[in-house]
Each structure stands twice: as structure tokens, then as C-alpha cells.
Design a protein around this ligand. Structure first.
Ligand code: NAI
Ligand code: OAA
Length: 366
């Protein structure tokens, strides 16, 4: 049994590691004291993950699902509003990760220091009638500021960018990292997982299969015609009529707009996006852990491997199937054989994508 003085010493040691306004660790008996002590020092195995924009429509369910992820030992929730409320709520879940909340710009650096993975769903969502590019004016600045913090506090972290327009915000992040001299293209990934999740669902509906049995590669980018599902490469192998191909391509490309219109002014996809973001983050963590054969689609630098021969298209960024590993993107797979419909789609996608990438690059270089 611990004596009173030992317990008091222990509390003093733990307090040195905790911020009482942001850390929510129950300190009762000696056994929970011991556990809190270990965890406050980062003693439990697992990765440190920060979510920037954690109090938002995506941020909240994403935070909840990341708290449930067994690979996460420390979860930092940052937002400019309500970060502590969300943190208090999520911290009561009896899962392994220690949760800490950070509110406002003055706490950004604390939120980011020591993180292995940073997920960014911060920014405004669309309303009916808007394109993702209409969000550029507000979200570009938000992503730029957050990435400056990442460059300073956790330059080696894997970064998952969700904020729209992804086709421009990822190039913005890359330019910020280049300016700071820490850019590693393998570690910067735009999240296009929701396009794959939707494609799997819609294709499974047409085929009469369980969506968990279907894998549809979706390449290009994350807006309208830049979203290019490769229906000729669906697994399990199958074929579609021209009518089915056109219906599926259009539904996948307009999935985001379908949700924006159904929500009628109350935002865009949040729950399916949180699901997709966690699926993607989990893949990144499995890669970091050294698992073999982790392959997902993501919007990445075409030169992520530093080899021109690996470049999928002539564009500097492109969503492709990538293999994730200890350093982030370890391999970028070529597009594979495309049919005529996909070749036409690819040309359209590249045309729009080039402009969106350039817009992001010049926002930082200007
Ligand atoms: N990549 C993808 O597939 C998808 C991307 N999105 C995008 O994700 C973004 C967020 O969407 P929602 O969560 O629905 O929006 P939301 O408005 O519900 O939440 C955004 C959160 O970001 C926070 N925020 C704003 N400025 C910030 C800053 N400087 N630092 C930290 N946090 C800040 C807000 O306080 C808010 O809590 C939007 O840009 C949306 O278009 C949405 C769905 C899918
Ligand atoms: O459509 C939007 O604005 C949000 C989004 O990126 C998606 O749902 O794919």
C-alpha cells in the first residue's frame, strides 16, 4: 500500500505533466495514479495524433472514432471554438488514448508538438450552389496557418488534408513546407478516401454485392470531373453497360453535391467523411507501424518518391493508388490500362486539376 506522502508525491509528479484545464485523467486510487503517470509521459504504446478543426461537423465524429482506434495513444483536439467541450466529452470514453484539448491560435503549437499524424478537417463547408473552389478564399488561409504550425512543431508528422478544395489545399501545404525547408512529399496526403467509399457503395448497389467486398480505384483529384473512378479496374472483376458506367461515374463525381443539396444549407458530408478519414488515418498508422501491403488512394505529389519515372501524369499532384509505409507514401502505382471512356475522363480531369494546383501554389508564392 502506498503511504499518504507517496501518493502526494505521485500527484505532484503527474501534475507536472498535465494541464489541468485540458487533460482529463481520472486520479483516484494508486493503480489509476500509476496508469495516469505512465500515460502522461507517453508511456503507453501507440501513435500521437492531432485533429485540427476537431469541433466541427467532421471533426467531432472523427475525434470520437480516433479515440476508438487502438493504434492511438495520445489524441490532441484543436479548434478555434469548443475544443474543451468536445475534449471533455470524448475523454470519458473508456478506450486507451489520452485526450487533450487545445483552443485557439495561442495553443496551436502545444497541440502539434510531438505528433506522428496530423489530420486537418478545419475550414468552411459548401452550401447548395457552391463549388469546392468557392471555399478557396477562406480555407486557403486556414490551411496555410495550420501548416506553418506543423512545419515548426512536428515537421516529420504525416499530414492528412481534408479541408476543401483539396486539389488546391494540398499544393498550399506543400509550398508552406517547402518555404520552411522541411517538405517531404511522402508525408503529405490529400484525403480522397470518401470518393472511394462512395464508389464502393454505389458500385456494390449496381452489382448486388456487399460493399465490403468491392474495391474501386478512384484517381485524379477531389472535385467534379477531377474525380475519376476506374470502373474497368473494379475488384472483383466485373463489367458494366455504357448506361451503368455513365450513371456510376456521374454519381461518384457528384456524391458531395448530393449530400450538400440534401442537407439544404446545413453543410456537407460529415459522418461519411469522418468514417472515410478514420479508414484512411488507420491505414497511415498501419503503414507507420510497418504493416505490409497497405494500399489506398490519396492525392499526393507525383514526385513523392523522388523519381521522375514514377510520375503517374505530368501534373505535380494526382490522386493515385499508393502503398503506405513507415515513411508515408512508399510507392505510387501507375494508372494501369484505361478504357476509352476513362481516357477521355482523364484528359478532362487533368485540365481542371492543373488550374487548381497552380492556384494553390501561387497563393503561397505570391
Ligand atoms: N476531403 C473530403 O473528402 C471532404 C472535405 N470536406 C471539407 O472539410 C472541411 C470541414 O467541413 P465540416 O467539418 O463540415 O465544417 P464545419 O464548419 O462543421 O467544421 C469546421 C471546423 O473548423 C474549425 N476551424 C475554422 N477555422 C479554423 C482554424 N483556423 N483552425 C482550426 N479550426 C478551425 C471551425 O471552428 C469548425 O469547428 C470543409 O472545408 C469541407 O469542404 C468535407 C467533406 C469531404
Ligand atoms: O462536397 C463537399 O463540399 C464536401 C466534399 O468534399 C465531399 O462530400 O466529397
Amino acid at each position: 500500500m502506498e503511504q499518504g506522502a507517496d501518493v502526494r508525491n505521485r500527484i505532484a509528479r503527474i501534475s507536472a505533466h498535465l494541464n489541468p484545464s485540458t487533460d482529463h485523467i481520472q486520479v483516484e486510487g494508486s493503480s489509476s495514479l500509476w496508469r495516469a503517470d505512465c500515460r502522461a509521459k507517453g508511456g503507453s504504446p501507440g501513435f500521437r495524433v492531432a485533429i485540427l478543426g476537431a469541433a466541427g461537423g467532421i471533426g467531432q465524429p472523427l475525434s470520437m472514432l480516433m479515440k476508438m482506434n487502438p493504434f492511438v495513444s495520445v489524441l490532441h483536439l484543436y479548434d478555434v471554438v469548443n475544443a474543451h467541450g468536445v475534449t471533455a466529452d470524448i475523454s470519458h470514453m473508456d478506450t486507451g488514448a489520452v485526450v487533450r484539448g487545445f483552443l485557439g491560435q495561442s495553443q496551436l503549437e502545444d497541440a502539434l508538438t510531438g505528433m506522428d499524424l496530423v489530420i486537418i478537417p478545419a475550414g468552411v463547408p459548401r452550401k447548395p450552389g457552391m463549388t469546392r473552389d468557392d471555399l478557396f478564399n477562406i480555407n486557403a488561409g486556414i490551411v496555410k496557418t495550420l501548416c506553418e504550425g506543423i512545419a515548426k512543431c512536428c515537421p516529420k508528422a504525416i499530414v492528412n488534408v481534408i479541408s476543401n478544395p483539396v486539389n488546391s489545399t494540398v499544393p498550399i501545404a506543400a509550398e508552406v513546407f517547402k518555404k520552411a525547408g522541411i517538405y517531404d512529399p511522402k508525408r503529405l496526403l490529400g484525403v480522397t478516401m470518401l470518393d472511394v467509399v462512395r464508389a464502393n457503395t454505389f458500385v456494390a448497389e449496381v452489382l448486388g454485392l456487399d460493399p465490403r467486398e468491392v474495391i474501386v480505384p478512384v484517381v485524379g483529384g477531389h472535385a467534379g470531373v477531377t474525380i475519376l473512378p476506374l470502373l474497368s479496374q473494379v475488384k472483383p472483376p466485373c463489367s458494366f453497360t455504357q448506361e451503368e458506367t455513365e450513371y456510376l461515374t456521374s454519381r461518384i463525381q457528384n456524391g458531395g453535391t448530393e449530400v450538400v443539396e440534401a442537407k439544404a444549407g446545413a453543410g456537407s458530408a460529415t459522418l461519411s467523411m469522418a468514417y472515410a478519414a478514420v479508414k484512411f488515418a488507420d491505414a497511415c498508422l498501419r503503414g507507420l507501424r510497418g504493416d505490409a501491403g497497405v494500399v489506398e488512394c490519396a492525392f499526393v505529389s507525383s514526385q513523392a518518391l523522388g523519381l521522375l519515372s514514377s510520375q503517374v501524369t505530368e501534373l505535380p499532384f494526382f490522386a493515385s493508388r499508393v502503398r503506405l509505409g513507415r515513411n508515408g507514401v512508399e510507392e505510387i502505382y501507375p494508372l494501369g490500362p484505361l478504357n476509352e471512356y476513362e481516357r477521355v475522363g482523364l484528359e478532362k480531369a487533368k485540365k481542371e486539376l492543373g488550374g487548381s494546383i497552380e492556384k494553390g501554389v501561387s497563393f503561397v508564392r505570391k
